[in-house]
Ligand binder design. Structure first.
Ligand code: ATP
Ligand code: GLN
Length: 145
């Protein structure tokens, strides 16, 4: 039951209908990522300002720039995007495409299974709650009709 990409098949463990793509990124790349995601019909995105420490450590790319924090944690943005399994790879590809500079500190992506989704307004669950009007599923089904 793997997901086929251009060059390989990926099996996520544990298997789930929905996944959360959690990306820790450079704040100034986030607008590029979100507009690229919107173009492929990914409309549900949550962002938070976070601070982190990775291989980049406390060395900021700009000594006096906004990424530098007093205690060596760098300002990052966490993007959380919940999608159906078949949309995971396109989301990951877009994030890499738009967030990558090639320098240390570009960030990291975590993939987590999501057990269920509930739309508060309607009480819908699962697929019905995950689908968004004008979302990727709509775009693809219109295109193939
Ligand atoms: P409704 O149709 O009731 O408006 P909706 O699915 O459009 O429901 P909202 O209530 O507009 O969802 O979403 C509230 C917030 O939840 C959004 O601002 C966003 O932060 C977050 N969110 C919604 N869907 C997702 C998703 N698939 N992935 C990540 N965050 C999401
Ligand atoms: N999978 C949803 C759809 O195709 C979109 C999910 C999202 O925007 N995060 O409608």
């Amino acid at each position: 039951g793997g997901v086929t990409r251009a060059w390989c098949t990926v099996d996520y463990v544990p298997d789930s209908k929905f996944y959360k793509v959690e990306a820790i990124l450079r704040p100034w790349r986030v607008p590029h990522v979100s507009s690229a995601l919107l173009k492929i019909g990914i409309r549900g995105v949550t962002v938070s300002d976070v601070r982190g420490f990775g291989a980049q450590g406390g060395s900021s790319e700009r000594q006096a720039g906004s990424e530098f924090s007093e205690d060596n944690f760098l300002a990052k943005v966490k993007m959380e995007i919940v999608v159906s399994k078949d949309q995971v790879e396109s989301v990951i590809e877009k994030i890499i495409e738009e967030a990558r500079t090639g320098e240390i500190g570009d960030g990291k992506i975590f993939l987590l299974p999501v057990s269920d989704i509930i739309r508060v307004r309607t009480g819908e669950r699962g697929e019905k709650a995950e689908r968004m009007t004008g979302g990727q599923a709509d775009i693809i089904s219109v295109g193939s009709n």
